[in-house]
Design a protein around this ligand. Structure first.
Ligand SMILES: [Zn+2]
Length: 138
């Protein structure tokens, strides 16, 4: 495993979970440069963003599963349906709280937005220029 090229900056980044999305642009320059040069910190940053995205994906799946469980219980009305519906509602509420905590406490929404913007740019660059002009109407 590689070592950090500047442990002082590396420790600061580690405390922030390698998230510099909330920093002002003039403050984040040095950290961005470090992340670009340091393979150790860059790989850690990727790992942390992967964990964030996995957490938000699991929370999203959990919300959907509890909604389906509630709908299935409501539709089939098994014995003690009310009890199961209450449990599904509590599970749904808990999942929503977890989803919100992950969305607020991690840069997962920013990571998803950046990936979407990057994907859109790639797609835009692949569209031939003539077609792009026709599509924009100019
Ligand atoms: Zn580093």
């Amino acid at each position: 495993m590689s070592q950090c090229i500047d442990p002082f900056v590396g420790n600061i980044l580690a405390e922030w979970r390698y998230d510099i999305t909330g920093l002002a642009p003039e403050m984040s320059c040095d950290y961005e440069a470090h992340l670009a040069q340091c393979a150790h910190c860059h790989s850690r940053q990727k790992l942390h963003r992967t964990i964030d995205l996995t957490l938000i994906a699991v929370a999203t799946v959990s919300v959907v599963v509890f909604v389906f469980a509630f709908a299935a219980i409501h539709h089939f009305s098994p014995p003690h349906a009310l009890l199961f519906e209450k449990r599904a509602a509590v599970g749904f509420a808990f999942s929503v709280v977890i989803w919100l905590l992950v969305a607020v406490a991690t840069p997962a929404p920013v990571t998803v937005k950046d990936a979407a913007v990057s994907g859109a740019r790639t797609l835009r660059d692949r569209i031939p220029n003539e077609l792009r002009v026709k599509l924009s109407g100019h």
